[in-house]
Ligand binder design. Structure first.
Ligand SMILES: [Fe+2]
Length: 380
């Protein structure tokens, strides 16, 4: 794709900043809704985050109903349960609070609701959807994509549709303050893999390349300190922004081979998404380098390497080394064997990865079965 030919639109209105959650009530009024379904998981309630949000709504006497059945890797069964909850309580809008799982669940509920034409009696026919992320990584707060797991086959399915894009996201970095170290680390690596994969994607275009590259810089600057001290609000703010930028660029430019392998691998062995991406990212980058050396050399520069004395290829390979250093510094596993993935699963994983056409088509280098097998062996 010619990066100078593009359409530029972000459907989701973004309100970003510390303390921004205070503006929630005003946004609810603007969308002309009152009976709100809050989609959340127990972790968010236990961490005391939900009460910060409901307090704002209580002050303005806004009616809300809490749906707290969300689990990691949301399934169709949970989506259907949520849909029944929405109908039973005659809700007029949805607010998803949390990480990728509650947000994807709420998006799926809204899209199913609209596709079944259940919106006839609503004041706002669109059944508005707001997202309030409490983690930094998935980017789901702003994307038109969801990942849903089929509970029987344990396979993850990606769906993309304009109706999945939230109407508003309120990104308040204060809400990520209590996120544990491990989740901060893997979320940050997920955001980084979104920025890198969308930047080198075959569908990358200039405005989103600018956003993705800024996201890479933000991760370089703020992931280590966010993991090192979770109450460093400057670092939390930087990582919230990196997550948002990753989401904006991935939803417009697509992803690549890291995510194509990560979905079947994470689904089959129940390994958190950000952790699988972490393991795969350096190996996939190394594989992709020859498809676009200038971009990978620029990634090295964005990661803080002085490349002026290097050849383009030396600089490009240095980007991979820098990612490995980052992974080591934030204390994450570096091999598939450490996570208990058996070698005899590789053939099946290769076949499942080949079915991830959406992501393989945007990967900068064409991929064959043998290439995937080689990457899995290297990551072992
Ligand atoms: Fe991801």
């Amino acid at each position: 794709m010619n990066p100078f030919n593009f359409e530029f639109q972000i459907k989701t209105k973004i309100k970003f900043g510390r303390g921004m959650i205070q503006e929630l009530s005003e946004s609810i009024y603007l969308f002309n809704i009152n009976k709100i379904m809050i989609v959340v998981d127990h972790g968010i309630i236990d961490a005391g985050i939900l009460s910060q949000i409901t307090k704002v709504m209580d002050e303005e006497h806004i009616n809300y109903f809490i749906f707290d059945k969300v689990k990691p890797d949301p399934t169709l069964a949970i989506v259907n349960e949520g849909l029944a909850f929405a109908l039973e309580n005659e809700i007029e809008g949805l607010i998803a609070v949390g990480g990728g799982s509650p947000i994807d669940t709420a998006k799926a509920i809204r899209t199913t609701f609209l596709s079944q034409k259940l919106n006839k009696g609503l004041k706002n026919k669109n059944l508005p959807l707001f997202t309030i992320p409490t983690t930094s990584g998935s980017g789901s707060e702003v994307t038109k994509a969801i990942v849903i797991t089929d509970e029987n086959s344990k396979r993850k399915f990606t769906a993309m549709d304009e109706s999945l894009a939230p109407d508003l996201t309120i990104v308040d970095p204060e809400l990520t303050k209590s996120l544990p170290q491990y989740l901060t680390a893997i979320g940050g690596m997920d955001a980084l893999s979104h920025c890198i994969e969308s930047y080198v994607s075959q569908n990358a275009v200039l405005p989103f390349e600018m956003i993705a590259t800024k996201g890479i810089e933000l991760v370089r600057k703020f992931l280590r300190p966010a993991v090192g001290n979770g109450s460093n609000m400057k670092a939390r703010e930087g990582m919230s922004l990196a997550s948002l930028f990753g989401g904006i660029s991935l939803t417009n430019c697509g992803l690549g081979l890291v995510h194509a392998i990560a979905h079947p691998l994470g689904g089959k062995f129940k390994i958190p998404h950000g952790m699988v991406n972490t393991l795969l990212l350096p190996h996939v980058m190394k594989y992709n380098i020859i498809s676009n050396p200038p971009k990978f050399a620029y990634i090295a520069e964005l990661l803080g390497i002085s490349i002026s004395e290097m050849t383009e290829m030396e600089a490009a390979y240095q980007s991979v080394e820098e990612i490995k250093k980052l992974i080591e510094d934030i204390g994450l596993s570096t091999t598939l064997s450490q996570l208990g993935v058996p070698r005899d699963s590789f053939d099946e994983l290769v076949n499942l990865t080949m079915e991830e056409k959406l992501m393989l088509n945007s990967n900068p280098r064409p991929v064959k079965k043998n290439d995937i097998l080689k990457i899995l062996k290297e990551a072992y």
